[in-house]
Design a protein around this ligand. Structure first.
Ligand code: FMN
Length: 178
């Protein structure tokens, strides 16, 4: 990483693993989505979420155009193939929702049911340019618990599932730290 910054210090931060989705009228399902670990609740009253998405990603384009996004909280048992569909492929070359159980929320963003503990949807209230990424802050307008269970943490994604992070993940550097 250079500059005397120890990447292991950043690796100590904790995250979950989520699908961030948005309407995408150009494909059959009408939706696109991607895996993101850079997701967090930032206020309680009203509840707001922040998601940080790479500018090259189709999902970033979909959130910017529609002004809405959804978040699916993935469970620990989610298979790597399911993560791979959303995290290592771009919606410009396939319809990621073709074989996924989901319904559209009140914002039109996809609410994933497969391997999901809870779904949230939000309306964008602020977009911040952060070098390679856009940070979207959204006010939560829908929230639903789908089932009980343990959420997949980003640490367990690496430890248990031996997962990697693609170049577009803000935490890409972790691949080299292990
Ligand atoms: C575990 C994991 C975490 C990721 N975290 C992020 C993230 O926080 N932000 C981001 O922009 N991309 C992240 N990615 C990468 C995107 O999911 C990936 O670039 C995806 O193919 C983009 O798809 P799209 O072009 O259809 O939007 C992550 C991928 C994985 C596997």
């Amino acid at each position: 990483m250079g500059n005397g910054l120890d990447p292991k210090a950043l690796f100590a931060l904790s995250y979950g693993v989520y699908i961030v989705g948005a309407p995408y009228p150009a494909c059959d399902s009408g939706c696109n989505g991607q895996i993101a670990n850079a997701v967090m609740q930032v206020t309680g009253e009203p509840p707001c979420l922040a998601v940080c998405l790479h500018k090259d990603n189709l999902t970033t384009e979909c959130v910017a155009k529609s002004g809405v996004f959804s978040v699916a909280v993935l469970e620990e048992d989610v298979p790597m193939t399911f993560i791979g569909n959303f995290g290592f492929k771009c919606g410009r070359s396939l319809d990621k929702f073709e074989k996924v159980t989901f319904r559209k929320g009140l914002t039109g963003a996809p609410l994933v049911v497969d391997w999901t503990l809870a779904v949230l949807e939000a309306e964008v209230i602020q977009s911040v340019d952060v070098h390679t990424h856009t940070l979207f802050v959204g006010k939560v307008v829908g929230a639903e618990r789908i089932k009980e269970g343990a959420p997949l943490t980003y640490a367990n994604y690496h430890l248990i599932k031996k997962g990697k992070s693609p170049k577009t993940a803000p935490t890409f550097i972790f691949n080299e730290v292990k």
